[in-house]
Design a protein around this ligand. Sequence first.
Ligand code: NAD
Length: 434
Amino acid sequence: MIGTGYVGLVSGVCFSDFGHNVICVDKNPDKIAMLEAGRVPIYEPGLDAVMARNVTAGRLSFSGDLAQAVDGADAVFIAVGTPSRRGDHHADLSYVMAAAQEIAAAATGYIVVVTKSTVPVSTNRKVQAAIAEANPNLEFDVVSNPEFLREGSAINDFMMPDRVVVGVETERARKVMAEIYRPLYLRDFPIVTTDLESAEMIKYAANAFLATKITFINEIAALCEKVGADVKQVAKGIGMDGRIGNKFLHAGPGYGGSCFPKDTRALARIGQEHASPLQIVEAVVKVNEEVKRRMIDKLLDLCDGSFNGKTVLVLGVTFKPNTDDMRDAPALTIIPAMVGGGAKVRVIDPQGRQEGEALLPGVEWVSDVYTAAEGADLLVTLTQWNEFRALELSRIASSMAVPRMADLRNIYSAEAAAEAGFVAYDGIGRPRIA
Ligand code: NAD
């Protein structure tokens, strides 16, 4: 497994839990040192325990030496990052192609090279060509095996996926992949076998669809605010239609994270390059930016038109609960706007501080909601961690200078806030008070 990030480490650990022998490789020596010391470099619930039991069983190890790990392996998974390239928003394939080169230099016998990273259509063929050119005598196959796990529930998602997509061209490689995923077959999981291009497209189309669904409800939420409707009720009412489904209909401050923002931009870019523009996806990218900006307007409104001199307490900075991932989190747009406007911003997050400190200069990190609320002019819920869902609102309201709440995850209600003593409450897509 090349790359020990959110996908590579979870996949490697779970494959070892299936009983396979796995070596997880990373070029970051700090990560390997941590892993060898039994520590998990990311926050993913439950990962440490599964990792420890497979290390103890002798099936899972870590290494910085890619060549040694690849030689003799039946399959090598590329799970390195594919971030947005600066300037053109194309997926940056430099890490994937570098890994392919290293594999080509290291492999000596038949090997299946599996691309797990999210990559644009045609990348697997590029990987294939690069390896064939670098090592013409090597017997190998390339397989596209995009990953659909979600941070925060990654182990469960990996162990019990809705589907496993395998883009494969030869029977020999198909058999290797079937053997690797065989433990899932026991539970009768659907494996979708396709050509390389379709597998690559499935991943981008899935992410773009989900981002569209979130953005759709966010736009409906904006209209709900204008017409006096409640988006929670609207989402419930439309979500009960089986054709629509109730998932991904929670209005919020805009999608973020390590996948949707970069993958929607990359897909839009692929469409443009093939003279087949994806107008819906392009609109989603644009609207999501507007959603985040609308949040700033909301906060500004609650602060009487100026952040200057206000004290704001923000609950949650990670892009969603149960992860420490800060990539493209709405907090990175919203908090700097308040700091830039002269607000004193106090921030609390169960796991986000380590990543967030460098990304959010000028904020004060705190650990207790109740003491941090003292003297504050505004409370903002930005990430719906469980521990923020059942706060003693009256205790918070009574210690704030001006008890006002911007509930950007609709955790509470205007009624509950008013009852607790808040003089102003604004959620998403719902009537506000004051
Ligand atoms: P990440 O940034 O957390 O991890 C990537 C790791 O790869 C880093 O530790 C880096 O040091 C390592 N690396 C890069 N080049 C290397 C090389 N040549 N040799 C060894 N190690 C190398 O990334 P991630 O979030 O795990 O995402 C990986 C891929 O999976 C991306 O394409 C992403 O789009 C996709 N994906 C991510 C998620 C998610 O929830 N994070 C879900 C599905 C798919």
